[in-house]
Design a protein around this ligand. Structure first.
Ligand code: F6P
Length: 456
């Protein structure tokens, strides 16, 4: 049987597993799927003076985790530069934040070529390679140039954009051609998929037949395969966590007030300033909720070497201070704002006791927090999910209270609606959401993708 090789920029530490402390959504979804014998390859997360180029291999539960270090120039051009200052803003529709430099793109290609060199030495001819996310778009093309003919699939975890946005990126065509070096290319939603097919038609010069791009040598199959979570596992962790001393302390600190919760990386795609403004408008326009609600915003610091993230942090510090300054009373502080990382088990418990899950990104590939919030609820007395219409999850979670995150008044009104929603309506909405989250799981996501790759 062909061996599965996973490649992603971040590689989880062995045995971080389902409840792992700091593993991101991508890692958690895949780790519940990887079987003994799998090879997982990527960046170690370390930046060193002289990278050896040799992978460090660690075994965990039969899985080999192979990682390499980056030099500081590579880190600046590949990770801080092209991946996170060009591609990330572009693919989140933020052209105003996009910064492009030719040397960054060259660094991006060079790191991908280096990854290909190291990976190919570890591969067997019949291996099936599954590459993840925007950091590694040119990896397959580099592997093909070096003679690899086996199956390679690619999954984009973040949004894809319409041609009128993509064309702003100078090497847009190179990236599309690189995507066409795969056998299967996967997207989170139907919208991202059709935008990709449209871009392929316009920029690559290849024919598009149905969901396939016909290149000179192969047919590239494009699929929509929404990522999910281990819903049963997360629901169990949440129910258990609700009884812990930590959650007990949180409950006591609330003094019977409703908890609204938001949790994500501190990233401009997540719409944090708009959300803070929405919360401020709730307090200004609906004084009946004063003293009755606390918003807990967890925004884990992220990509701190990228200037836009530093600026966003300063802005949020100011906004948080402003909201609490304007509305706090001597025994009520409406906003609790934390920039530390919170362990997944604690988060699960916080979701369980929250009355509102506030998930309002300006753009998001999927947003697994929305799915985790739903899974964590008690079906007998569920909280309300307020969801941005621009999160990939909105295609599936249609029974959330949907908002346009650019409209702070809409966020305020949705919060007020959620606080006043009857038990019956909460239960009805939650039952439909729960079915969606329990049907489209992490395991299903992995199986759909790997089956498509096997069948190619
Ligand atoms: O979801 C997108 C993503 O870039 C993942 O690939 C990544 O693991 C996560 O966000 C965290 O970002 P970073 O790897 O830049 O810390």
């Amino acid at each position: 049987m062909a061996r599965l090789v996973i490649v992603s920029n971040r590689v989880p530490p062995p045995r971080a597993g389902r409840g792992g402390a700091s593993a991101g959504g991508l890692a958690v979804a895949l780790q519940s799927f990887v079987a003994p014998g799998t090879l997982w390859f990527g960046w170690s997360g370390r930046v060193v003076d002289k990278p050896s180029g040799k992978p460090r291999v660690v075994e965990g539960q039969g899985v080999s985790y192979a990682t390499i270090d980056l030099g500081s120039d590579d880190y600046d051009r590949f990770y801080v530069g092209f991946a996170n200052s060009s591609l990330w803003p572009l693919l989140h529709f933020r052209l105003g934040l996009m910064r492009y430099r030719r040397e960054d793109f060259e660094g991006y290609l060079a790191v991908n070529a280096g990854f290909a060199d190291v990976l190919l030495k570890m591969l067997r001819p019949d291996d099936m390679v599954w590459v993840h996310d925007y950091h590694l778009i040119p990896l397959a093309a580099a592997m093909r140039e070096r003679g690899f003919t086996g199956r390679i699939g690619f999954f984009l975890h973040i949004p894809f954009v319409p041609a009128s946005v993509l064309e702003a990126l100078p090497p847009a065509r190179d990236l599309l051609l690189a995507l066409c070096a795969h056998d299967v290319v996967g997207f989170q939603t139907q919208t991202h998929l059709s935008d990709f097919l449209d871009c392929a038609r316009r920029f690559s010069g290849f024919a598009v037949e149905g969901q396939e791009v016909v290149t000179n040598g192969r047919r590239v199959r494009a699929i929509a395969d929404p990522i999910g979570i281990d819903a049963q596992g997360f629901a169990r962790v949440a129910a258990r966590a609700a009884g812990t001393a930590y959650i007990q302390r949180v409950r006591e600190s609330l003094l019977g007030r409703s908890l609204a919760i938001s949790a994500e990386r501190l990233d401009y795609s997540k719409g944090l300033p708009n959300r803070f403004e929405g919360f401020a408008r709730l307090l200004a326009r609906f004084p009946q909720h004063h003293r009755k609600i606390s918003l807990l915003q967890i925004a884990a610091r992220s990509r701190e070497d990228v200037a836009e993230y530093q600026a966003l942090r300063r802005e949020l510090d100011r906004l948080a201070g402003d909201i609490n300054g304007r509305f706090s009373q001597f025994d009520w502080m409406p906003l609790r704002y934390m920039t530390q990382t919170v362990a997944r088990t604690k988060l699960a418990g916080l979701f369980r006791i929250a009355h509102i899950g506030l998930v309002t990104p300006l753009r998001d590939g999927m947003n697994l927090v929305a799915k985790e919030f739903v899974a964590a609820q008690d079906p007998a007395d569920p909280g309300v999910l307020i969801l941005s219409q621009f999160a990939g999850a909105a295609e599936e979670l249609t029974h959330a209270v949907m908002v346009n995150p650019y409209d702070p008044d809409a966020i305020a009104e949705a919060m007020s609606t959620a606080l006043e929603m009857s038990l019956e309506e909460r239960q009805e909405r939650h039952a439909v959401l729960r079915r969606a989250v329990f049907d489209v799981t992490a395991a299903r996501y992995c199986n759909v993708f790997v089956d498509a790759l096997k069948g190619h």
